[in-house]
Every structure is written in C-alpha cells, then in structure tokens.
Design a protein around this ligand. Structure first.
Ligand code: HEC
Ligand code: HEC
Ligand code: HEC
Ligand code: HEC
Ligand code: HEC
Ligand code: HEC
Ligand code: HEC
Length: 407
C-alpha cells in the first residue's frame, strides 16, 4: 500500500462543542494545536490495517450519517478531547475550584481565564506562598465516571495532579499521586493513550514523548474498522460494487477475534508486546498484548475488566455470546429494560428462579439482579461535608447474586 499523506482538520471532528467556539478564546497556541495533520500509514509508525489507510471519521459521514451522529455522542468518541468549558466537567467557579489536601499548607486551585484552563499548586500561607501552575492540555475520560487531565512540557506528556470524580461530584487527587504532596511528574505512557485515543506518534525515549502535531483524539470509526480509504474509493465508484473485504466488519469476524477487539481496551492494561496503535481488528491480540490472568478479587477503579468477568459467566460459556450480543457501540445505550430484552432472547422470563414468586414484573429488570452495579472499594471522601462516595461498576459476571435491599 503506497503511503498517502492526509491532512486532517482534527478540530472539525473533535467535538461539535469545540467547533461551536467553546475552546478558550484568545489562546493562539491552543487554536493552532487543535488543527493537526494525520499522516498515514508507514513512515511515522501508524499501521492502518485493512487496505487503504486511515482517513478519519469525517470521511464516513456522507454515507453513514446516522451512525456518525450517534457515535459522536458515545463515551468512546468523547473519551479524549481538547480542554473547553464543555469538555472539562470539574467546576471553576470560586469556592468550587479548590482541592484542599491533608497538608494544611498545600492546596490546589483550578482557574479558567482567557488564556486557558490551569491547575495551580499553592504552598504556604498567604502572603508567603509559592505557586506551581500547569495548563489543562488534554482531557481524558468522557466524564461519566471521571476525568484525568494531561499537560505538555515540550514534547513530553504528564498527568496533572488533580482529577475529577463524577460520582463524588468534585475535584480529587489524580490516581497515583499522594495526597498532601506536590508533584507534576507522572508520565503518560502509550498504553494509556492507546485505550483512550485514536493515534499518538510515540517519540520515546523517554516513554512519554510524542509528536505534538499529529495526534487524533477520541476513539474513531477506524479504531474498530481499520483504515477506510480503499472502502471509500470502491464505494464512491458507484458502478463498481465492493468485491472482497475492503473494510473490517467485526460482525464477520470469528468469536475470538470479536472478543479480541474489545479486549484490546476492556481486559485490563496487561503487558504490551508491541507498539500501541498498531493492532488491526481481525488479528489475534496475543501478538500485541499479554493480558493479565484473572484477579479473583480485583480492586476496581474506573477500569472494570468486562472481558474477564463475562468469560466467567455460564451464559458466555454455554452459548456463542460476545460483547455484541448486548452492545451496539454506535449509540449511547442507557436503557436497562432494553438490555433485559437481550436476556430474553435466550431465556424465558419464566426460567428465572424468582418468577413463581415475583411474576412478570421481573421482565424488564434482569440487569439489576444479575449484573449488579457494584460498589468498588475505592472510596472518595467528599470535601466539606465529610460524606463518602463510591464508584460503581457494572459487574459483567452474569449469575445469581444474593438479593440486596433496593438501592
Ligand atoms: C461513498 C459512500 C461510503 C463512504 C464514504 C463510507 N462507506 Fe461504509 N459502506 C458504504 C456502503 C454503500 C456499504 C454497504 C451497505 C451498508 O452496510 O450500509 C458500506 C458498508 C460499510 C461497512 C460494512 C462492511 C461489510 O463488509 O459488511 C462498514 C464497517 C463500513 N461501511 C464502515 C465505513 C467507515 C468506517 C467509513 C469511513 C472511514 C465508511 N464506511 C465510509 C458506503 C460508504
Ligand atoms: C481503543 C480502545 C477501545 C476499544 C477497542 C473498545 N473500547 Fe469500549 N471503551 C473504551 C474506553 C476508553 C471507554 C470509556 C470511555 C469514557 O467514558 O471515557 C469505553 C467505554 C465503553 C462502553 C461504555 C459506554 C458508555 O456509554 O458508558 C461500552 C459499552 C464499551 N466501551 C463497549 C465496547 C465494545 C463492545 C467493544 C468491542 C466491540 C469496545 N468497547 C472496544 C475503549 C475501547
Ligand atoms: C487497557 C486500556 C486502558 C488503559 C491502559 C487506560 N484506560 Fe482509562 N479507561 C479504559 C476503559 C475501557 C474505561 C471505561 C470504564 C470501564 O472499563 O468501565 C476507562 C475509563 C477511564 C476514565 C473514566 C472515564 C469515564 O468518565 O467513565 C478515566 C478518567 C480514565 N480511564 C483515565 C485513564 C488514564 C489517565 C490512563 C493512563 C494513565 C488510563 N485511563 C489507562 C481503558 C483504559
Ligand atoms: C468500538 C468499536 C467500533 C467503533 C468505534 C465503530 N464501530 Fe462500526 N461496528 C463495530 C462492530 C463491533 C460492528 C459489528 C456489529 C454491529 O453491527 O454492531 C460494526 C458494524 C458497522 C457497520 C456495519 C453494520 C451495519 O449496521 O451496517 C458499519 C457501516 C459501521 N460499523 C460503521 C461505523 C462508523 C461509520 C463508525 C464511526 C462513526 C463506526 N462504525 C465506529 C464496532 C465499531
Ligand atoms: C446468547 C444467549 C444468552 C444470553 C443473551 C443470556 N444468557 Fe444467561 N445463560 C445462557 C445459557 C446457555 C446459560 C446456561 C444455561 C444452562 O447451562 O442451563 C445461561 C445461564 C444463566 C444464568 C445461570 C448462571 C449460573 O451461574 O448458574 C443466569 C442467572 C442467567 N443466564 C441470566 C441471564 C441474564 C440476566 C441475561 C441478560 C443480562 C442473560 N442471561 C443473557 C445464555 C444466555
Ligand atoms: C448480557 C449483556 C451484556 C454483555 C454480553 C456485555 N455487556 Fe457490557 N453492559 C451491559 C449492561 C446491562 C450494562 C450497563 C449499562 C448501564 O448501566 O448504562 C453494560 C455496561 C458496560 C460498560 C460500562 C461500564 C460501567 O461500569 O458502567 C462497559 C465498558 C461494557 N459494558 C463493556 C462490555 C464489554 C467489553 C463486553 C464484552 C466483554 C460487554 N460489555 C458485554 C450488558 C452486557
Ligand atoms: C429481583 C431480582 C431478580 C430479577 C429482577 C430477575 N432475577 Fe433471575 N434470579 C434471581 C434469583 C434470586 C435467582 C435464584 C432463584 C433460586 O435459585 O431460587 C434467579 C435465577 C435465575 C435463573 C436461573 C439460574 C439457575 O440456573 O438456577 C435465570 C436463567 C434467571 N434468573 C434469569 C433471569 C432473567 C432472564 C430475568 C429478567 C427477565 C431475571 N432473571 C430477573 C433474581 C432475579
């Protein structure tokens, strides 16, 4: 495949909101940065998979417009973005923009102004304070559970010390940073971005160096379908019907390869055996990644391990079930009653052991009893009221659980 260079206006596909002018005004650097080019395939390391090379979501829009619209509302697409009032879920309003620490002379302040969004560590008591400020440069996480923010120092990417937890509703220490200390030194390695973005060109060493100008945020169509150039060429020439597979349709893959596609990001971090961003859907994943063996009692953070848990279920073991049995990744799915319909495709309502007692009222409610939204043991103490908030993760081990009082 001959390398073809595509210039791609990342800004236009990043977010309707960003395009609509939510990006901080008057900050030329941010503006410039949001317009980057995507080079493909060989040369800079992006192996695009599938014939034809990477083209970007916008190119799919004209023919798959419904999918384009709904997909761009999903957590996959929104999982990494440039900073804006819309993309950052933590609050900058006075009073809500502080994170106190266990150290009485250290706190963090979050500021939004016409130059951008900033985190400042404040050490000491006024008027004798020392400040360390860094910019919010990238937002990781759709915000359904939480967000972590990154900043550039030259071409190195670091994690900011303050994150946002949606379940607690406020700012909090970033994972891996010790409360009461000031550090801005956690490196962001390729595996992290490999799960949360479409493309970053690694310039390691050190492991957190990236090309500043050609990254693509969000998970995009071609993350799961492989490069689309050849598919578009063939489909555009209307007289020539598509012969052979010019683009990966995961529905046509074997069960194992379907599971591999989701396991790339939903089976824990594992050990990377190859560079990030080069896995092509349809290939065996074990050449790229050594996945952790199942932890019988995992400490769940924002990262559940849906693959491992699902594989423990008798449903999975005794049928051809995959992630796609229940999920359509092209749209946001929030309706638990609709998910229950998926159960009823294989089970009769009457086969639930509770049916004789409870009757048909259980029909739309299979999920809460058999896939409970479990509390993780990760506890966040809410600031002023001292209340506790716990993250909840949907347990993908489908089985009979002890019935708990209604939550
Ligand atoms: C010029 C129109 C056109 C463009 C642009 C286009 N497609 Fe398609 N695509 C089609 C048509 C027509 C089909 C066959 C009917 C269908 O499945 O909707 C199709 C089918 C597909 C399939 C199923 C293939 C199969 O073998 O079952 C996938 C996956 C797909 N497109 C993804 C994409 C992606 C991703 C992009 C952007 C990179 C894209 N398409 C851009 C017209 C297009
Ligand atoms: C390149 C990595 C990647 C791949 C491949 C991937 N996912 Fe995800 N998925 C993510 C990330 C990251 C999130 C969390 C996004 C967020 O909330 O910031 C996510 C979230 C989800 C969600 C939750 C959506 C919501 O609205 O809360 C579902 C469901 C899901 N993925 C299913 C799948 C399935 C099924 C597959 C396989 C077909 C798959 N994913 C493949 C990375 C991936
Ligand atoms: C193995 C792939 C993988 C790696 C590595 C990974 N994540 Fe995630 N992350 C996910 C998936 C998948 C989710 C969706 C939550 C789930 O699994 O239930 C998620 C969720 C999140 C969320 C919460 C998003 C939301 O609102 O729901 C944040 C924040 C996050 N990740 C940040 C990071 C950061 C920062 C790194 C690297 C330092 C990282 N993750 C590394 C796959 C990954
Ligand atoms: C997280 C992975 C993932 C992403 C991202 C993704 N898809 Fe898909 N796509 C799938 C899977 C899995 C299937 C097969 C199962 C199904 O139909 O849901 C599929 C099937 C399709 C099909 C054929 C099925 C049909 O209903 O015609 C088309 C066309 C398609 N995708 C287009 C797109 C486009 C366009 C985008 C971006 C706007 C996109 N996909 C983003 C995973 C993904
Ligand atoms: C693709 C088909 C399929 C789907 C979809 C499915 N199951 Fe199953 N499930 C099975 C099979 C097959 C078994 C094993 C039955 C047996 O061995 O007698 C099973 C077993 C079970 C069991 C017994 C588990 C145990 O450990 O004994 C429960 C409970 C269950 N399913 C509930 C559900 C619920 C709730 C859903 C929806 C969230 C669901 N299933 C979706 C096929 C499916
Ligand atoms: C039997 C049906 C079923 C299957 C199969 C299934 N899921 Fe889910 N999944 C659900 C339900 C139900 C939810 C909860 C949706 C909600 O609460 O909004 C969910 C939620 C999720 C979430 C959001 C996690 C959270 O804690 O909110 C992710 C990520 C996800 N699924 C990934 C996967 C992956 C990856 C696979 C394959 C390994 C998979 N799912 C297989 C039913 C299923
Ligand atoms: C209020 C909670 C609750 C709801 C709602 C519920 N179940 Fe159950 N289910 C249970 C309990 C508890 C058992 C075990 C009963 C027993 O062993 O006497 C069970 C047993 C089962 C079993 C048999 C497991 C076995 O092999 O013994 C299946 C299959 C099942 N449920 C499927 C479903 C499906 C499908 C739905 C939705 C239509 C559903 N359940 C709704 C609580 C619930």
């Amino acid at each position: 495949m001959s390398p073809v260079v595509t210039i791609r206006l990342v800004l236009t596909v990043l977010l309707g909101a960003a395009v609509a002018g939510q990006a901080p005004p008057g900050h030329p650097e941010l503006g410039a940065k949001s317009v980057s080019s995507q080079t493909s395939p060989s040369g800079n390391g992006r192996k695009t998979g599938g014939p034809g090379g990477y083209v970007g979501d916008d190119k799919c829009r004209s023919c798959h417009s419904d999918m384009f619209e709904t997909f761009h509302q999903t957590a996959h697409y929104l999982t990494s973005r440039l900073p804006s009032a819309d993309s950052i879920h933590g609050k900058f309003t006075p009073g809500e923009n502080l994170l106190q620490t266990s150290n009485p002379v250290i706190f963090f302040r979050m500021d939004a102004n016409d130059k951008g969004f900033f985190q400042t560590a404040v050490i000491g008591k006024a008027p004798h304070t020392t400040l360390h400020t860094e910019r919010f440069d990238l937002v990781i996480g759709s915000g359904r559970k939480g967000q972590t923010y990154l900043f550039w120092k030259g071409d190195q990417l670091f994690e900011l010390p303050v994150s946002y937890w949606a379940f607690a509703g406020h700012w909090t220490d970033s994972p891996g940073y010790r409360d009461g200390f000031i550090n801005f030194n956690r490196l962001v390695l390729p595996r992290c971005l490999g799960c949360h973005a479409t493309y970053f060109e690694s310039l390691s060493p050190p492991g957190n160096r990236y090309n500043h100008s050609n990254y693509v945020l969000g998970i995009s169509c071609e993350t799961c379908h492989g490069g689309g150039r050849e598919h578009i060429t063939r489909r555009s020439a209307k007289s020539e019907p598509e012969s052979g597979q010019a683009i990966v349709n995961p529905a046509r893959l074997s069960r194992d390869r379907q599971m591999d596609l989701c396991a790339l990001c939903h089976a824990g971090a594992g050990v990377q055996l190859n560079r990030a961003f080069i896995y092509t859907p349809g290939e065996p994943l074990d050449k790229y990644l050594e996945l952790p063996s199942a932890d019988p009692d995992p400490q769940i953070d924002v990262h559940g391990n849906q693959v491992e848990l699902l594989k423990k279920s008798r449903c999975f073991q005794s049928s051809a079930m995959t992630c796609l049995t229940c999920h359509d990744v092209h749209l946001p799915q929030r309706d638990l009653a609709a998910f229950s319909q998926r159960c009823i495709a294989c089970h009769k309502v009457e086969s639930c052991g509770l049916y004789p007692k409870a009757g048909r009222q259980i029909a739309g409610n299979c999920i809460d009893c058999h896939m409970p939204n479990d509390e993780s043991r990760l506890v966040v103490v809410s600031g002023s009221d001292g209340g506790q908030a716990k993250l909840r993760v949907r347990n993908h081990w489908i089985k009979v659980y002890p019935i708990l009082p209604a939550r």
